[in-house]
Design a protein around this ligand. Structure first.
Ligand SMILES: Nc1ncnc2c1ncn2[C@@H]1O[C@H](COP(=O)(O)OP(=O)(O)OP(=O)(O)O)[C@@H](O)[C@H]1O
Ligand SMILES: [Mg+2]
Length: 454
């Protein structure tokens, strides 16, 4: 059930209970009042009848005198006087004043109570013997309670209607922004992060709307970054594929061709018995194969750095340096790599940092020297440094993903990344610190080598 309807039902229930409570109180009050009124009316009427009869003394009253006593009650609101013959028939009766708004039967039977009456015998010697009966009739009193009840009900019912109407309208106004929020949440759930709510309304709800809008903005920018990363990934994959194709073509292709030429020549040389030439061709084939092996390993290491890292960080870094030396022979590389083994996740992150740091230095700085350092510090951290003497950081706030990806990797290990222009001399220094797990804080821990490293 919606909140608005639930609150309304609750308030209506409370008002209905008040109405019932008020009805019960009015009923009890009416019952007491009618009892009192009827008792006192009977008392007063009895006194009047007995006084009238005692006026006759020992004389027998005339019929007309008896009739006067009966008719003296004409128009009374509570008492009916009747002259009753000895055989029980009603000879005459006074006229009760009719209530203006006769009460319904159910209310009359609820409030009328026990019938009250008194009988007075006519003095002996009367022409027509009989009795005068005085009885209380509560119709008028119940009618008054009925009028009272109707008025109270009308007042309380109008109050209920006004209160419920006001609550309905106020809740509608107060909840309208929440409806807006729920439809905005639905849109966000369906992936539409442009959904926003207007930041108006009560102060506490305003805070929720502001938080929602911030969340939607963040989700939108995260989605946009994701999209950019995907596009970047596709471009990088495409670049990598064409680079590998070029490498295979340029580095492997000619040597395969040379090997084929050498291999084809061997049968001819055998038929000529030119053993020295055959040895030369064999050597040439071996050289070609060795060359192809080196290049194949370089390509494989780029495709699967984990393979490289399995052999230890220093070997992986050697391969990395060899890769760049082959492409930038004029850059001098210096390395200082910790010989300790760390968990595969840390080693991979460290290798990726060195890879991206070196690539950035070569691509953006055009340096003459690059230094790569991986060292444990005394306070149980692994410090990774990539420094160069290039042009320094020219464009700040680039939309590249290398450093962002690096930060994500390092943050997942609770580490920190800093990159800045070097204070001494020119170039850039990249400093990464990764806290080592307590068991890995000791130096020369070679226990958890992967199978291939073992
Ligand atoms: N060693 C460096 N020398 C000079 N500028 C650098 C160096 N390292 C980073 N930068 C600057 O920082 C920017 C951000 O580097 P980042 O690796 O995040 O992106 P990118 O290299 O431009 O692109 P991507 O890595 O996504 O291919 C670079 O564009 C460059 O301007
Ligand atoms: Mg980069």
């Amino acid at each position: 059930m919606p909140l608005r309807r639930r609150l309304l039902a609750l308030v209506a229930l409370v008002l209905a209970l008040c109405l019932v409570g008020g009805g019960v109180l009015t009923y009890l009050y009416g019952l007491r009042k009618i009892n009192l009124e009827m008792s006192s009316a009977i008392e007063v009427a009895s006194t009047a009848v007995s006084d009238a009869l005692s006026d006759f003394g020992s004389n027998a009253p005339e019929d007309s005198q008896v009739q006067r006593i009966i008719s003296s009650f004409d128009g009374d609101r509570h008492i009916v006087a009747r002259l009753i013959a000895p055989d029980g028939t009603v000879v005459s009766a006074s006229r009760l004043e009719k209530p203006k708004d006769p009460p319904p039967n159910w209310l009359y039977s609820l409030l009328s109570g026990e019938p009250r009456s008194r009988n007075f015998g006519l003095p002996p010697g009367s022409k027509k013997p009989g009795t005068i009966e005085i009885s209380a009739d509560p119709h008028n009193e119940v009618g008054e309670v009925w009028e009272d009840l109707q008025l109270k009900f009308l007042i309380v019912a109008s109050f209920c209607v006004v209160v419920l109407g006001l609550i309905y309208a106020t809740l509608g106004r107060a909840l309208r922004p929440l409806e807006q929020l729920s439809s905005a949440l639905e849109r966000v759930g369906e992936g539409d992060y442009t959904a926003h709510v207007s930041e108006t309304g009560p102060e506490d709800l305003k805070l929720i709307y502001q938080a929602f809008n911030r969340m939607a903005d963040r989700l939108r920018s995260a989605e946009q970054q994701n999209q950019r990363l995907n596009e970047q990934l596709l471009t990088v994959q495409e670049e990598e594929r064409s680079e590998i194709a070029r490498d295979l073509h340029d580095e492997i292709g000619p040597f395969l061709f040379a090997t084929d030429v050498d291999a084809q020549a061997i049968p001819l040389l055998v038929s000529r018995n030119a053993s020295n030439d055959i040895l030369d061709r064999g050597k040439a084939i071996r050289q070609s194969v060795q060359h192809m092996q080196i290049h194949l390993r370089a390509i494989l290491s780029r495709l699967r750095p984990a393979l490289l890292i399995d052999q230890g960080l220093s070997i992986a870094v050697e391969q990395l340096v060899a890769f760049w030396k082959a492409r930038r022979p004029n850059i001098t590389f210096t390395t200082d790599i910790e010989d300790t083994r760390f968990s595969p996740s840390i080693e991979e992150v460290v290798f990726r940092i060195l890879q991206e740091g070196t690539s950035n230095a070569v691509r953006h700085g055009e340096p003459r020297a690059i230094g790569l350092t991986v060292r444990q510090t005394a306070d149980g951290k692994l410090k990774v440094l990539v420094s160069d003497d290039g042009s320094g950081i020219a464009v700040k706030g680039s939309r590249g993903f290398g450093l962002a990806g690096m930060r994500e990797r390092v943050t997942s290990l609770d580490g920190q990344v800093r990159i800045a222009d070097r204070e001494e001399g020119k170039g850039v220094i990249l400093i990464v610190e990764i806290p080592l797990p307590p068991t890995r804080n000791k130096k020369n821990n070679h226990q958890s080598l992967t199978t291939s490293a073992a």
